[in-house]
Write a protein that binds this ligand. Sequence first.
Ligand code: FAD
Length: 437
Amino acid sequence: MAASRSTTKVIVVGGGGTFGASTALHLLRSGYTPENITVLDTFEIPSAQSAGNDLNKIMGVRLRNRCDIQLSLEARDMWRNDELFKPYFHNTGRLDCAVSEEAISSLREEYQELLDAGVGLEKTNDWLETEEQILAKVPQLDAGKIKGWKAIFSEDGGWLAAAKAIDAIGRFLKENGVKFGFGGAGSFKRPLFNGNTCIGVETTNNTQYFADKVVLATGAWSPTLAWVFAHIQLTETEAAAYKGIPVVYNEDVGFFFEPNEHGVIKVCDEFPGFSHFQQHQPYGATSPKSISVPRSHAQNPTDTYPDQSDITIRRAIDTYLPAFNGKPLFNKTMCWCTDTADSSLLICEHPEWKNFFLATGDSGHSFKLLPNIGKHIVELLEGTLSEDLASDWKWRPGSGDALRSRRGAPPQDLADLPGWRHDAVSQCAVRARKFST
Ligand code: FAD
């Protein structure tokens, strides 16, 4: 294996994002020759359109799927101990809250799963039954806003400085001589084949790259859903009172994070996501079909989010941070992910194209795997992926409705929602509609 590692050429498409950057890193760490690793992306690392290019993301051990224990514990260990990653883990703790009867019951189940996992999580997770216990962990919350809440407090949770962590991988790859293509020279157009074996890719500026294996880690640029977030700015004194606050999450409200070094707090609401259905003809399809495709904020910088998200984000602020109700929201953004029907990843060789590997299906909760996911993608390339992971991540068409996924309801489509699009095309479209009615 060692000899073939030094000679095998690998292209990572989407290498400026979460899974792709991690894959390139683990190829390098496993002994692949740097000049034989080619990272392609539309934008430089950290790619401006990566879901991971964000102020912060939640870190925590949660057990949604069979393989979550292994993956979460590996990730936790690397965020804590790996020199490349540990500066970006803020181990503030994590408070998962619920208030409705149904949500409390599923939170209790989640807690029991943590206890039953048999890997010591009972030592780091506490059930908080009363408002007083919750306030003892997060005194910044307003007692009047958390009536009837129950919670799990996880000591081993916290938040990840997401864009900075991907950037650290990017710098490491550059320092070590990995090859890159960005812009038109990095934007995937089509795979190149010899028979049914993939031998490389062509990018939108018609550059051809040849390799033994190709990994496609294009995240939401495989079919998609969007979520939203916005930010508020605190003064130095206001921010000081929130320093070190645990990440607070409630699935009926949303979540927020400790202010960053500039006093900025990111607030997200929680809902089943937005879709963006368009007629689109993916490579290999014989005709266009209706697919939910992302609209990159990096390529459409005037896009914000639908008007209705202002209401739900404001509701989250009113619940968690009522003292800041009057603060303006800024950097209102939609962020794109790929849901699978069962929320498991889709990481496998293409069923018909040999040496073409998919690494996607993040289902909105996979940033925390940045340190370790690439290790398993390299195992897949080498044929050593464990049976458990291979079975969870296999190609599985017809396994359910990815639009519904495990979320409470299907997404609303952006076409039906005003407020998010501010470019000239949208104004024309709105005017055209007005005249035609
Ligand atoms: P990405 O990181 O998006 O990477 C895809 C890459 O493909 C990008 O760099 C893009 O530029 C590139 N690309 C696209 N098209 C092409 C092309 N044609 N050619 C070349 N390159 C291309 N996860 C957590 O663990 N914790 C959280 O708290 C959390 N919060 C979230 C909050 C929001 C609002 C959102 C949207 C997501 C959140 N997630 C969270 C999920 C997490 O961000 C994603 O699961 C993860 O980043 C997905 O990684 P990826 O590599 O699949 O996609």
